[in-house]
Ligand binder design. Structure first.
Ligand code: IPE
Ligand code: IPE
Ligand code: MG
Length: 256
């Protein structure tokens, strides 16, 4: 549905560098409208286009989206086939425009087990857009956080990494996200409050935002609301907040 684009002021907002989204609720969106689930997935893809444009507008540098999990293969074959058809169509129709917009497309997950023609399209999209810097778009496709961790462990063992050399930094390097910044803000739509095996290592200190809105309806204004909420968060990483830190120092001086 056409929605009038309203002015949204971002000057007073803290913009997260890296936003990750669990795009959930396509099926329920369709059910509500007495449509087949596939119609929900199509609407979800249309919404992704809006969210990519909004990320560029809001100066978000990295967007990571959960498109298909390692567990989603357990859905009925007809739904899985339908989703694969949508991915192939998106890769055919959208990649060039994304390239023009300066989007760098990157795949997270395991391409083995995915149909060969899809594997090729994903590789071509990454190759075409690899030097773009406006927005890094990571697409988690056939992705699972636990599988990613096992993959990293296997790679480290194959490289004969010495146990003493296994640091958090080195381990991160072996993940699909490699040396990419961890997500600052992790959004899940559709009212579910769980991570569902998404970025389980990388999201250790991400700010979580759960929205009741189904993914096809989670547009630019809903993203803006999430950014407003994020702007008020106090990210402490186990330390004290900046103000508390100052008070603490003063109190310590006073008691000395
Ligand atoms: C998310 O929507 C899309 C994928 C998991 C591929 P769902 O298909 O999970 O929608 P719901 O959760 O059934 O509403
Ligand atoms: C998570 O959604 C996966 C994606 C959005 C691709 P699911 O719908 O598969 O997650 P659960 O089953 O509700 O945990
Ligand atoms: Mg779901």
């Amino acid at each position: 549905m056409f929605r009038k684009k309203v002015e949204l002021d971002t000057t007073s907002l803290k913009i997260p560098e890296h936003v990750a989204i669990i795009m959930d609720g396509n099926g329920r969106w369709a059910k509500q409208r007495h449509l087949p689930r596939q119609a929900g997935h199509r609407a979800g893809v249309e919404n992704l286009r809006r969210i990519i444009d909004a990320c560029i507008e809001f100066n978000i540098r990295i967007l990571t989206i959960y498109a298909f999990s390692t567990e989603n293969w357990q859905r009925p074959q007809t739904e899985v086939r339908g989703l694969m058809r949508i991915f192939a169509r998106v890769l055919n129709q959208e990649v060039y425009e994304l390239h023009e917009q300066g989007v760098c497309i990157y795949h997270l997950g395991d391409l083995h087990g995915v149909e060969t023609h899809l594997q090729e399209k994903v590789r071509d999209a990454m190759e075409l857009t690899k030097n773009n810097t406006r927005l890094i778009l990571n697409v988690a496709f056939n992705y699972g956080g636990r599988a990613e961790i096992l993959h990293a462990v296997r790679q480290m063992m194959a490289d004969n990494v010495h146990p003493e050399d296994v640091t958090e930094k080195l381990f991160s390097h072996y993940l699909f996200t490699a040396d990419l910044r961890d997500p600052d803000l992790l959004i899940r739509t559709s009212g579910e409050s769980r991570i569902s095996n998404f970025l389980i290592w990388q999201a250790a200190y991400s700010e979580l935002y759960f929205s009741p809105v189904y993914w096809p309806d989670f547009g630019r204004e809903e993203l803006y609301e999430a950014l407003q909420d994020y702007s008020h968060r106090d990210r402490r990483f186990g330390k004290l907040s900046a103000e508390e830190d100052e008070v603490e120092e003063e109190e310590e001086v006073a008691s000395d």
